[in-house]
Design a protein around this ligand. Structure first.
Ligand code: NDP
Length: 471
């Protein structure tokens, strides 16, 4: 157990003035770190520092900001294994994946922001008007515990690139990799006050940040419920908000799809990071005529998964991040079984072979009807819902039949048919026949999955004011 300092304000590390907080290990429940959380007065100081640093930062050249981001990316890449091993404990990500998603992917994303910035046209002409993009000012970023660094790389990093200064409040459930990232920013030479860190609770530090009058934009990742609260808090100040919220994304398998490819890939898309992924493919929509084959493939694939200690190289599915989250996930599974879901694999029993005290959930596959609660609500754990349908038309209707719209997938032997279905899905991203994730593509939600976009040019543009000068 270590004692950490969890505020970084105006270039100085310090103790917060808020409550004493603990970071628990997802793997075995032990205490990884203790710290004094940030209080409202720390947030106030952080916003003041960001506001004071803003004019000078906004005046830096694009080339200087690009250089700084590239130095940051290199330092993150160097520390990828260490970041992965910390995230394996605080988030539960299996270590085999952790240095990639909490390290190298983050470095690649920071590098991508630098490349986007370097090529970006800040000015253009429309008739007699000169159009200028100017940084909004102070950006507030609030992140969740599932991919703390990736979220930081798609909020704080483009904000800095645009010329904004930042105050970041990560989730206090898993703040340790974020603290390491701020060490990296300091080492890369970021001037004091340009990026400030306040690790505290949502109720105190989060609300103080969203309502601070100096904040020009709030970028949030987390639950739909908290996103709605943030939009409400930001409204009186007419503060801009971008919300990256939950999902219930569907993988639509058409009747001519290669099941041997589509089914395991969809399962991986659901279980990545133990199901703690906003874009997880948590619904598998399949033709009823092929249901038996699909369920057999799923049962076989789940039987081969190693569920257990995330620090172990052999582990495929680790624990969820907290005891609270484990109870939420198990509550969903038990509720679904009581409502009539059919258990295909896994279930709510404990994982006997996993370390005591950890927050383990068996990878679980359920056959459900689309009206069941578990088929409509975000579970955020390793739980896949199989939904049989009788036609392509019904598959599209079921896929579009939740309040969310973040991600999705379509599988067909005919790429044109798959693309035609992809066009009909009401969702921010769709992968056709396993099309890989693209860090430069816009990422964000339709409906209650939120608004605003992250990634590439679209992500950078969230942090600009636009001015038209008539000549
Ligand atoms: P929240 O949405 O509550 O938390 C996300 C972030 O918002 C955290 O930093 C949190 O701080 C902060 N926060 C909470 N309340 C406020 C507030 N009133 N004002 C400002 N900031 C606030 O998610 P939870 O961690 O509670 O998880 C609950 C559920 O949310 C999960 O089961 C999952 O379904 C969903 N979720 C979805 C994510 C996604 O990527 N789509 C990510 C995480 C969760 P604090 O940690 O102190 O509460």
């Amino acid at each position: 157990m270590q004692h950490v300092r969890a505020t970084y304000i105006d270039g100085r590390w310090g103790e917060g003035s808020g409550p004493e907080l603990e970071v628990g290990s997802a793997a075995d429940g032990s205490v990884l770190a203790r710290f004094r959380g940030a209080g409202a007065d720390d947030v106030e100081r952080a916003c003041a520092a960001a506001d004071a640093a803003w004019p000078a930062w906004a005046a830096t050249s694009v080339a200087d900001r690009v250089d700084l981001l590239r130095r940051t990316a290199d330092l993150v890449a160097k520390r990828a294994d260490e970041l992965g091993s910390v995230a394996a404990q605080e988030v539960g990500t299996p270590v085999r994946l952790a240095s990639t998603v909490h390290g190298h992917l983050v470095a690649a994303t920071v590098r991508d922001v630098a490349t986007t910035l370097e090529a970006y046209a800040f000015e253009e002409r429309i008739g007699n008007s000169l159009i200028l993009r100017e940084p909004i000012g102070v950006a507030a970023a609030i992140t969740a515990w599932n991919y703390p660094l990736y979220q930081l790389a798609t909020k704080l990093v483009p904000a800095l690139a645009a010329g904004c200064t930042v105050v970041l409040k990560p989730s206090e459930v898993a703040p340790l990799t974020t603290i390491a990232f701020f060490e990296v920013l300091a080492e890369a030479g970021l001037p004091a006050g340009v990026a400030n860190l306040v690790v505290g609770t949502g109720a105190e530090a989060g609300e103080a940040l969203v309502t601070d009058p100096r904040v020009g934009i709030v970028s949030f990742t987390g639950s739909t419920q908290t996103g709605a609260r943030i939009a409400e808090l930001a409204a009186p100040g007419i503060t801009r908000v971008t919300l990256e919220l939950g999902g219930k994304s569907a993988s639509v398998v058409l009747d001519d799809a290669d099941l041997a490819q589509a089914v395991p890939a969809s399962l991986r898309g659901c279980l990545m990071n133990n199901g703690q992924t906003c874009a997880a493919l948590t619904r598998l929509i399949v033709p009823r005529s092929r249901l038996t084959e699909v369920e057999q493939l799923l049962a076989e694939a789940v039987a081969q998964l190693v569920t257990g200690d995330p620090r172990d190289d052999a582990t495929d599915v680790g624990p969820v991040a907290s005891a609270v989250q484990r109870e939420r996930v198990l509550g969903h599974v038990r509720g679904a079984l009581a409502e009539g879901a059919v258990l295909i694999a896994g279930g709510p029993d404990p994982v006997a072979e996993a370390p005591a005290g950890g927050h383990y959930v068996r990878p679980t596959v359920l056959r459900v009807e689309p009206h069941l609660r578990i088929a409509r609500e975000e579970v955020f754990g390793p739980v896949l819902c199989v939904i049989p349908v009788d036609s392509e038309e019904e598959a599209v209707a079921v896929a579009n039949g939740t309040d969310y719209g973040l991600s999705g997938a379509v599988w067909s032997g005919d790429p044109d048919r798959a693309l035609a279905v992809a066009r009909r899905l009401r969702t921010g991203q769709v992968a056709v026949n396993g099309g890989p994730f693209n860090i430069s593509a816009p990422f964000g939600g339709y409906q209650r999955s939120g608004y605003g976009r992250e990634g590439g040019r679209f992500g950078l543009e969230e942090y600009f004011e636009i001015k038209a000068v008539q000549l």
